[in-house]
Design a protein around this ligand. Structure first.
Ligand code: FAD
Length: 511
């Protein structure tokens, strides 16, 4: 375990990430990959080992690709065929199949995982870097913002030693009960969903293929439950705790086996871990203030029915990382962090609202109207698709349009390039990319990487599909603008270009 190094209190880090869960570990990796001096602090000495995320999506895997853990992570995951919502008689009310082919993100649509496997890989990846200081077992207790840095009052829990650590920016990835959030805003907007659920992870001791690979939501108003197929021998049940039931009563081993007896008995499996959670739905009223930001569960809480809580935090990390880098490395004004909240908050809210609707279907007696609500359609049909909300408006999305099917504000296709079939994101890296039909006379600045369809002919089809001659793709892979030529696009990139260290003359580009 890392202990605070001598002299650590004299140093000013670029970014201190409070919380070493999936959001903090992803953000720290992305920032460290940009060469920033990163401090990661967590009050826990080791990875949190209670049952949590079992699912993530293709976009999230794409961020893990940027971090450099996706291939290794694939070894610890299995591909999810989808989710079915069944009534108490076993009839399928709603089917949510997941595409089994590779999606536009270049990965499978939906994966099953064991969250601690992911957290371990993210931490191992970070430990390879020499511009990162990890402080597990260190609790942040006080935050004082100064004109050029933030001072964090911390306690090293192993020794009770008090430390004052300094950083130019602080991101609170410190979970649902975030301390950093208290310094950023006056609480969260609550969407009203609040239920206690018992979550049980089991290890199979003999194969049980009859349990199936789909997740099943048992929409039994008497006691809604969820079954999840996890990787390897692990299986998960999530069980509503009824009013009046105490945590002790419902989580006793005897009661757990009684509740699971329809599907499984101690002859088949051993209980690995149990926990009771209160599933909530809320979003922070503000995500950024001065030198402080919040991300992940610190910024939003969603019931887990869509398996999107962690994924939402990973998207936050990708959005925030390049903005912090632009401020610290390219001298952009700290106020650009407002765009983080503007873009991410409505996107996160779309997931929260959909998860609440699905939760309504799982535990209501009036399933016909709940079905319509869950589908969000006047005449709900019996299948749903994953939602694809757009980012909220900001000046880093100058091409955003009100048209629902317009691609700006949504992720760019991860196309495979040249005979080596290299993934687009691996070719360009974590930078802004200007994709043009024709080669430019000269290359661009340190801020912008240029890719031409003359060099990578596969991009022609993508440009055709987008009906554009030039596209601005941001490091988080979202399309920021489309244009009829590179010069027109560059005028939309003026803000970004103004932060570049290398100056450019727009007139010097080929017509
Ligand atoms: C039962 C269940 C099932 C779920 N299923 C899914 C799913 O299938 N898919 C999905 O995407 N999401 C799912 N989620 C949600 C997912 O687990 C969370 O969204 C995710 O863990 C949040 O990550 P985070 O890094 O933002 O916060 P956390 O993982 O909560 O990490 C916060 C960290 O901050 C540290 N910390 C807090 N305060 C301090 C302090 N003052 N000083 C230092 N350190 C501090 C904590 O020790 C902790 O390590 C599920 C959650 C639950 C409970």
């Amino acid at each position: 375990m890392s202990r605070p190094q001598a002299g650590i209190e004299d140093k000013i880090f670029d970014v201190a990430v409070v919380g070493y869960g999936p959001t903090g570990a992803t953000l720290a990796n992305l920032l460290a990959g940009q060469g920033l001096q990163v401090l990661v602090i967590d009050r826990e000495a080791t990875i949190y080992n209670l049952p949590r995320a079992v699912h993530f999506d293709d976009e999230t895997m794409r961020v893990f690709q940027t971090v450099g853990v996706a291939d290794e992570l694939s070894r610890y995951t299995c591909i999810n065929p989808g989710m079915k919502f069944q009534d108490s008689r076993g009839r399928v009310l709603l089917d949510w199949p997941r595409d089994q082919s590779i999606t536009s993100h270049g990965w499978n649509a939906s994966y099953r995982l064991h969250q601690p496997d992911l957290e371990r890989l993210l931490r191992e990846q970070l430990q390879n870097r020499n511009n990162v200081q990890e402080l597990p077992g260190c609790q942040v207790e006080a935050i004082n913002e100064n004109s050029d840095h933030v001072a964090l009052g911390c306690e090293d829990k192993a020794t009770s030693r008090k430390l004052e650590l300094k950083s130019r920016y602080v991101v609170g990835c410190d979970g649902a009960n975030s301390l950093v959030r208290q310094f950023v805003c006056d609480g969260m907007k609550d969407f009203g969903f609040c239920e206690r659920w018992l979550v049980v992870d089991l290890m199979l001791e003999r194969p049980r293929p009859d349990l199936g690979d789909h997740s099943i939501q048992f929409c039994d108003p008497q006691r809604p439950m969820t079954y999840c197929r996890s990787p390897g021998r692990r299986r998960r049940w999530e069980i509503t705790v009824l009013d009046g039931e105490t945590d002790e009563e419902i989580s006793s081993e005897k009661k757990v086996w009684e509740l699971l007896s329809r599907w499984i008995t101690p002859k088949d499996a051993a209980i690995e871990r149990c926990a009771i959670y209160t599933f909530r739905s809320a979003i922070a009223r503000q995500w950024h203030k001065g030198r402080l930001c919040i991300a992940g569960d610190a910024a939003h809480l969603t019931p887990p029915f869509m398996g999107q809580g962690m994924c939402t935090g990973i998207r936050d990390a990708a959005n925030l990382a390049w903005k912090l880098s632009l401020i610290i490395q390219n001298g952009a004004d700290g106020s650009i962090l407002h765009t983080y909240e503007k873009e991410r908050s409505p996107h996160a809210q779309a997931y929260i609202e959909t998860a609440i609707r699905l939760g309504g279907l799982i535990n209501t007696m009036d399933q016909a109207s709940a079905l319509q609500m869950a589908n969000n359609q006047k005449h709900g049909n019996s299948t749903i698709k994953s939602i694809q909300p757009k980012l909220g408006a900001s000046h880093y999305l100058p091409g955003l349009s009100d048209k629902e099917d317009h691609p700006v504000g949504r992720p760019f296709l991860q196309v495979l390039l040249n005979e080596n079939r290299m993934k687009f994101d691996d070719v360009v890296g974590f930078v802004h990319t200007l994709i043009t039909r024709r080669n430019l006379k000269r290359n661009l600045t340190d801020c912008i990487f240029v890719v031409s369809a003359q060099d990578y002919t596969e991009l022609n089809a993508v440009l055709d599909e987008l009906n554009a001659e030039a596209v601005w793709v941001r490091p988080d892979r979202y399309i920021a603008a489309l244009a009829n030529n590179a010069e027109e696009l560059l005028t939309q990139m003026q803000d970004l270009l103004s932060h570049s260290k290398t100056s450019i003359n727009i007139d010097s580009f080929n017509k």
